[in-house]
Ligand binder design. Structure first.
Ligand code: PLP
Length: 423
């Protein structure tokens, strides 16, 4: 009864929040993904006396493994932590000989991406090599990858941008040809597919973000995916202080115990660790959203389709996203780049959208080579012509699972008004 009444109160508040969007005149970048049941499940972990890492985290990991068809999913406190831990592991004493990265090794990554795609490369004493991206799909330019390879190149930190998946066959061929490790930053593209295989399941490791504004959300949260059981066991321990409790491989567990009989098992630390743990609160919040991921993506796909068909008449001025054969885009956002023209610039357009309450942001961090943090560190880059244009003239508007036809119609009407006044 009590729970029902709390649940009712929460539902009422959520309805109020959702109504703001249905009013048609206030379109945020994202909406909350959790419902009243998710919130009750989250709160319930507090009443069970163990809201930190525990059973709910395991449940999320199992569900993700099953959904994305991967052997191991390791939940962490963020996608950025996932990227950091992957590179820490690959440069550590635990890396296998054929995977081990050493200081100064070069890692190829796209120039248009998020800060914590690139920062972990630098933080682990490796050199990022920034490669230009394609317009309209915003994924890394594959010809330029090949041109950027040197004797020092050891890995590709791929990014599947904004729900789009890179052309995996060509990327995998390059990795085989030059013996490069493949890591996928899939923070923005959970649920996307290349030829029916999920993004984030091609490389040795991948990362996923479950941050507030993403497809599914634990407010803050991330995952590492890997089919490599040896590394998965170490990563589970490393995220949690390096303690024995998270070592799931029984043979390895027993070996540590028998070699360290004088140490209490509850506080034994076999690996060097960090505290990057997720909580059961966060896991309980996101658990049931995983079941809804496909339906969330379908609504995003429909919204993107409506926007593309309504905006294509402005092709002379706007670079729009497009559907690519063999790729299922999970539509994180709806990106647009304004073509150089003498009628208007990007700022005029985004100011107009903002005035009409259509939220917008730059395309990820734009050309990351121009971001101040990078200036203090060594990096290399290809010619970044498109990345510069995207930094100057690109923006995205929000896509989410509550963006219905009437909302996309409103967006289109605002664009129509803008263009009527400008051209
Ligand atoms: C491409 C990319 N990588 C990494 C991250 C970091 O994820 P988080 O915010 O969960 O740390 C993001 C965040 O949106 C991202 O877009």
């Amino acid at each position: 009864m009590m729970q029902n009444s709390i649940k009712y109160q929460i539902k009422k508040k959520l309805n109020r929040l959702n109504k703001q969007i249905q009013l048609n005149n206030n379109l945020p970048l994202s909406v909350i993904q959790y419902d009243e049941t998710d919130i009750i499940n989250c709160l319930d972990t507090l009443t069970r006396g163990w809201p930190t890492i525990g059973k709910e985290v395991q449940n999320v990991e199992k569900k993700i493994q099953k959904l994305l068809k991967t052997k191991n999913a390791i939940m962490l406190n963020s996608g950025g932590s996932a990227n950091f831990l992957i590179f820490y592991l690959l440069t550590s004493v635990y890396a296998k000989k054929n995977h081990k990265l050493k200081p100064g090794d070069e890692v190829i990554t796209p120039a248009v991406t998020w800060s914590t795609t690139v920062a972990p490369i630098i933080q682990n004493n490796l050199t990022p090599v920034l490669v230009d991206v394609n317009l309209s799909t915003y994924d890394i330019n594959i010809e330029l990858i090949e041109k950027s390879i040197t004797k020092k190149t050891r890995a590709i930190m791929l990014v599947h941008p904004l729900g789009q998946v890179c052309e995996m066959e060509r990327i995998l061929n390059i990795c085989r040809k030059y013996n490069l490790l493949l890591i996928e930053d899939n923070c923005e593209s959970i649920g996307a597919k290349y030829k029916n295989k999920f993004s984030g399941t091609f490389g040795l490791f991948s990362s996923i973000s479950m941050y507030q504004s993403h497809h599914i959300s634990s407010v803050e949260g991330g995952l590492i995916l890997t089919d490599n059981n040896y590394y998965a066991d170490i990563l589970r321990s490393m995220r949690a202080n390096g303690w024995l409790r998270e070592v799931t491989n029984e043979k390895i567990r027993k070996k540590f115990i028998s070699e360290n009989k004088n140490i209490d098992q509850s506080f034994m630390f076999p690996y060097i660790g960090f505290n990057l743990k997720p909580t059961d609160m966060a896991a309980a919040l996101v658990l049931k959203q995983i079941d809804k991921l496909n339906s969330f993506i379908s609504i995003r796909q429909k919204a993107a389709k409506n926007l593309i068909s309504g905006l294509k008449k402005y092709n002379k001025f706007l670079i729009l996203p497009q559907n690519i054969n063999n790729i299922k885009n999970s539509w994180f956002t709806f990106p647009i780049t304004v073509k150089p023209n003498n009628k208007f610039n990007k700022n005029e357009l985004v100011d107009f959208l903002t005035k009409k309450k259509i939220a917008n942001r730059p395309i990820i961090a734009g050309n990351i080579a121009e971001q101040p943090f990078l200036k203090k560190f060594k990096f290399k880059n290809s010619i970044l012509k498109n990345s510069k244009l995207i930094m100057k003239s690109g923006f995205f508007i929000g896509l989410h699972h509550k963006l219905y036809k009437k909302n996309t119609n409103y967006i289109l009407s605002v664009f129509n008004t803008f263009f009527k006044n400008k051209i």
